[in-house]
Write a protein that binds this ligand. Structure first.
Ligand code: MF3
Ligand code: CO
Length: 291
């Protein structure tokens, strides 16, 4: 539990204002949930307005890269070219690709095709062909602040089944987002994601989820999408996290490539899709920072 701050002392948030006129009421409200045994956020994941501005600058690079790829990704291109584009666009804008060397990840971006669930390695040997669906997961560090988002791209003529998976996964993110508001629970969002996937006959990966983000690449909380309304962490203004469900056309089971220990596939080798957005909880709802 955080140490007690005197009501006339400076607030923990760094605003310079007295605690009693700054976050005292906010902390009291959080404490009332803590007393009810709810999972409540620690102060360190509540972002200040200054931090939010910096994080938004990082997000701009991520968005610019994904916008560029939306225009330029094409059949016949290999995924190492995507890696080069992401690396160069990030560096040109003064950023660092967050995946590069993150826990040993050897590339600047994750490119996950078809039955690849996530963390796909860009490669000269992976050439995009008509009918492929690909997730490009882009993350940037700018001035020490992190952004993280991913989009799906359909290459050439994609089957109606795959196209539907891509569309429904995006809708899952939108349905989850609609549940993001202060003093709700992450489980409200998680259940909305899950229920929409399940209503379409799909499954949502359990083992890998979203995360708090901004001051670090992966912060508290871990964000799952098989959760229930009213459960998981309380959402409060100033929290930033990702909504990034991996939705499988077939069964939920996945495995990690035993050789490189990164690339994740569906066990049944049916396609998987993922969209990722970064969302800020505001005083009256939410703001999408990155998509
Ligand atoms: N962008 C991924 C995420 O959503 C990060 C994967 S870790 C990496 O959390 F090293 F593969 F980049
Ligand atoms: Co993420």
């Amino acid at each position: 539990m955080a140490k007690q701050i005197g009501r006339n002392e400076p607030c923990w948030c760094g605003s310079g204002r007295k605690y009693k006129v700054c976050h005292a009421g906010f902390d009291e409200r959080i404490n009332s949930y803590r007393e009810k045994e709810c999972i409540v956020p620690p102060h360190k994941i509540i972002k200040t307005p200054e931090q939010i501005e910096k994080i938004k600058e990082s997000c701009k690079i991520n968005i610019a890269i994904l916008d560029y790829l939306e225009e330029h990704i094409h059949e016949g291109m290999n995924t190492a070219e995507i890696d080069r584009i992401v690396h160069d666009m990030t560096v040109e804008r003064g950023g660092i690709p967050a995946p590069l060397n993150y826990e040993g990840f050897p590339y600047s971006v994750c490119t996950s095709l078809n039955d690849q669930v996530c963390h796909g390695f860009p490669s000269e040997d992976v050439v995009l062909k008509s009918g492929d669906i690909i997730n490009v997961d882009c993350s940037t560090i700018l001035d020490g602040y992190f952004s993280d988002s991913s989009r799906m791209f359909c290459i050439g003529e994609v089957s109606p089944e795959k196209e539907k998976l891509v569309r429904v996964t995006r809708e899952c993110v939108e349905k989850g987002l609609a549940e993001v508001k202060p003093w709700g629970f992450l489980g409200d969002m998680g259940q909305a994601v899950h229920d929409h996937a399940a209503a379409n006959g799909y499954t949502v990966v359990r083992e890998i989820g979203g995360h708090g983000v901004g001051l670090e690449f992966h912060e508290e909380p871990w964000v799952g999408y098989n959760s229930r309304r009213g459960e998981e962490m309380l959402m409060v203004p100033g929290m930033i996290f990702t909504i990034e469900p991996m939705v499988n056309m077939g069964k939920q089971a996945i495995y990690t490539d035993p050789v490189n220990e990164w690339e994740v596939y569906t066990k049944d080798h049916l396609p998987s899709a993922q969209w990722e957005i970064m969302v800020l909880v505001t005083e009256d709802g939410h703001e999408v920072l990155c998509w």
